[in-house]
Design a protein around this ligand. Structure first.
Ligand code: SAM
Length: 219
C-alpha cells in the first residue's frame, strides 16, 4: 500500500483534546523506559522532544531523568496549550520549556545533548527534512530515540489495527489513528532515509506489530 499523507499539524482544538484524553500510558512510558535502557549513562543535560503533542512524554522524561531539562517543540497551538497546562499541573514548569514552532524552523541557543521524537515523522511530507534538522539540533555523539507507526500492507490491515488497539477510543481518535497508519513509513523506507542522510550509526528496529524505533548515537 502506498503512503497517503495526513495533515502535518494537529491544530484542531477538538482533535488535540481527543489525543490528550486518550490512554497512551503504556506506549509513552515504554518509550521513556526504552530511552533509559538504551542510554543508561545519559543522566544530565538538555533533551529535545520534537512533536511533543500534549506533553505527556516530556513530563515522563523529566520525572525519569531528574537532572535533565526538556525542550519540547510542537507547531500546534492547541497542543502546546494543553502541554503547558499539564506541565504546570505536574509542577515541572521550571524544567520543561516549549517552542510552538515547526521543527523545520525552530532555532535553539545551542544544540541539545539528546533528542527524542514519538509519532511525528508520519505527519511530515518530506521525511528527510526531519532527519536533517535532527542532526542539526543535536550535539555530535549524543543519543537519539525516534519511534513511529509502521505502515500496514493494506487499508483493511490498518482498520484491523485500529479495531484491535483503539476499540474503546473516540471516533476522532480512531479516525486519526487510521489516517496515521496510512501516512506512516515502512521499515525499508526509514532505513533508506537513514542511508540517504548518511546516518548509519542509527539503527531501525521493528518492536511490535505497529511500531518501529530508530536509536543510536548521532554524528
Ligand atoms: C501524533 S502527535 C504525537 C505527540 C507526542 N509526541 C506523543 O507521542 O504523544 C504528533 C504531533 O506532531 C506535531 N507536528 C506535526 N508536524 C510538525 C512539525 N513540522 N513541527 C512541529 N510539530 C509538528 C503535531 O501537531 C502533533 O502534535
Amino acid at each position: 500500500m502506498k503512503r497517503t499523507l495526513e495533515p502535518e499539524l494537529m491544530d484542531d482544538p477538538e482533535q488535540a483534546l481527543a489525543y490528550a484524553g486518550a490512554d497512551f500510558e503504556q506506549e509513552n512510558q515504554g518509550f521513556v523506559d526504552r530511552f533509559r535502557e538504551y542510554f543508561p549513562e545519559f543522566t544530565d543535560g538538555h533533551v529535545l522532544d520534537l512533536g511533543c503533542g500534549p506533553g505527556d512524554i516530556p513530563i515522563r522524561l523529566a520525572r525519569a531523568l531528574s537532572a535533565c531539562r526538556i525542550i519540547a517543540v510542537d507547531a500546534s497551538g492547541p497542543m502546546i496549550r494543553l502541554a503547558d497546562e499539564a506541565v504546570k499541573q505536574a509542577g515541572l514548569a521550571d524544567r520543561i520549556t516549549f517552542h510552538c514552532e515547526r521543527f523545520q524552523a525552530v532555532s535553539l541557543v545551542e544544540p541539545v545533548d539528546a533528542a527524542v521524537s514519538n509519532s511525528l515523522l508520519h505527519h511530515v511530507p518530506n521525511p528527510l527534512q526531519f532527519w536533517y534538522r535532527l542532526r542539526q539540533l543535536v550535539k555530535r555523539d549524543s543519543p537519539v530515540l525516534v519511534m513511529d507507526l509502521l505502515r500496514p500492507d493494506s487499508p483493511e490491515e490498518a482498520q484491523a489495527i485500529v479495531d484491535r488497539y483503539a476499540a474503546e477510543e473516540s471516533e476522532i481518535l480512531r479516525r486519526d489513528f487510521y489516517r496515521s497508519l496510512l501516512a506512516s513509513f515502512t521499515e525499508d523506507e526509514v532505513a533508506a532515509q537513514l542511508a540517504e542522510m548518511n546516518m548509519s550509526r542509527l539503527v531501525i528496529d521493528v518492536v511490535d506489530d505497529r511500531h518501529w524505533v530508530v536509536s543510536g548515537i548521532i554524528h
